[in-house]
Design a protein around this ligand. Structure first.
Ligand code: M6R
Length: 369
């Protein structure tokens, strides 16, 4: 039931602090991801993994794209990510010792399931499903599963399923990292730091949701627009993609996302005052580069909306609205920076009067091709 909320989507956005905590529950010690977090079979399997292939659709695919940055950076293992509907119809080369990972809220998405069925005949090391529905086809047919604890997601636009997928993917990444170590029991300061940060995640999510009113104000600028451009760099490029998908899905505004470094390779030609540009600017190595990309937009008269870490020193100015997010560990930032984009699309849809929970032409679970 929706309770006091006007829509399931809003309720599900607000459930995120609790479901992030539920997804971490029982899976962490003070300094590490517990070895049994992925099940005992995984303990034997993970040390053998030399490569990861992630397959998913839609929002779940965006979670996979973030995971690629994490897996290569933190576990030092090559990772490929592809949408299921492409992967399943092309000739793929399967490398040795590759773990096949599917991501799905429902566990019933036809293309993802077909990709798994193919993968089982194709010589992968094993299959892992990261999924929100226990007993779903994907979970039943995979060798290993890691459940997200988002609870039922009713809104067609995926919100809490995405952020819990990211959380589970970070646990998986840390487990892979540890499995790659020579001595599995040694202390790993980076893992300890990230575990600490994960414990604080629900609280930071809660603080971030308090920005709702400020975001609602911003949303008024969008309701009359026909297009929007989302920018991010590194692990926040997929977050920009997810922000654009949310806006398309529920407000029917055409939105695109680009890695900010690609602007001058084409999309900059679209920028004028009719094209709002939304950027996510966490504190990371790329922020200075992102800032100069934002200057490129300003110089063309583009209106900027920036979600930024206070440390970036990005402040509101003529043509640029800035909302500061709470401080968050750089690795976990994609999870937190998703939240304002969810709220923004929700409020724009509300002004436009669309059917937020049941957008036109879409189904919650895509069980046919
Ligand atoms: O259940 P799944 O995660 O496999 O669903 C995949 C996509 O259909 C889904 O994420 C879709 O893109 C959402 N409506 C996005 O909000």
């Amino acid at each position: 039931e929706k309770g006091d909320y006007k829509h399931f989507m809003l309720k599900e956005i607000y459930e995120q602090p609790a479901v992030l905590a539920a997804t971490l529950e029982g899976r962490l010690s003070a300094t590490r991801v517990l070895p049994q977090a992925l099940g005992t079979a995984a303990m034997e399997l993970l040390p053998q993994v030399r490569q990861v292939q992630i397959i998913a659709c839609g929002t779940s695919y965006h979670a996979g794209m973030v995971a690629r940055y994490w897996i290569e950076r933190l576990a030092g293992i090559p990772c490929q990510v592809e949408v299921a509907s492409e992967y399943r119809y092309r000739e793929v080369v399967v490398t040795e010792q590759t773990l096949f990972v599917t991501l799905s809220q429902s566990g019933e998405t036809a293309d993802t399931l077909a990709a798994l069925r193919f993968a089982k005949t194709a010589g992968y090391l094993a299959s892992l499903a990261i999924c929100n529905v226990p007993g779903s086809s994907l979970v039943r047919e995979s060798d290993l599963s890691l459940m997200t604890q988002a609870g039922p997601e009713i809104g067609v636009a995926s919100t809490k399923a995405f952020t819990t997928q990211l959380t589970a993917l970070l646990l998986f990444t840390l487990a892979l990292r540890r499995a790659g170590h020579q001595q599995p029991d040694q202390e790993d300061p980076l893992e300890a730091e990230l575990v600490q940060a994960l414990r604080g995640l629900p609280r930071i999510a809660e603080q971030t949701l308090k920005l709702d009113e400020a975001i609602q104000e911003l949303s008024e600028d969008f309701a009359e627009k026909h297009h929007a451009l989302f920018l991010g760099r590194g692990s926040h490029f997929p977050i920009a993609l997810e922000g654009a998908l949310k806006l398309k899905e529920i407000s029917y505004i055409h939105a695109e996302a680009y890695p900010a470094g690609e602007l001058k390779h084409g999309p900059l030609a679209l920028v004028d005052k009719e094209m709002p540009v939304i950027a996510v600017a966490p504190k990371d190595d790329l922020v200075d580069k992102l800032k100069s990309n934002l200057q490129e937009v300003r110089a063309r008269g583009g209106e900027l909306y920036v979600f930024a870490d206070p440390y970036t020193l990005l402040e509101p100015e003529e043509g640029m609205k800035v909302i500061h997010l709470p401080e968050v560990n750089e690795v976990l930032a994609p999870i937190i920076y998703t939240l304002p984009l969810q709220l923004l699309s929700y409020h724009v849809a509300l002004i436009k009067g669309t059917d937020v929970d049941q957008p036109r032409n879409l189904a919650k679970s895509v069980t046919v091709e």
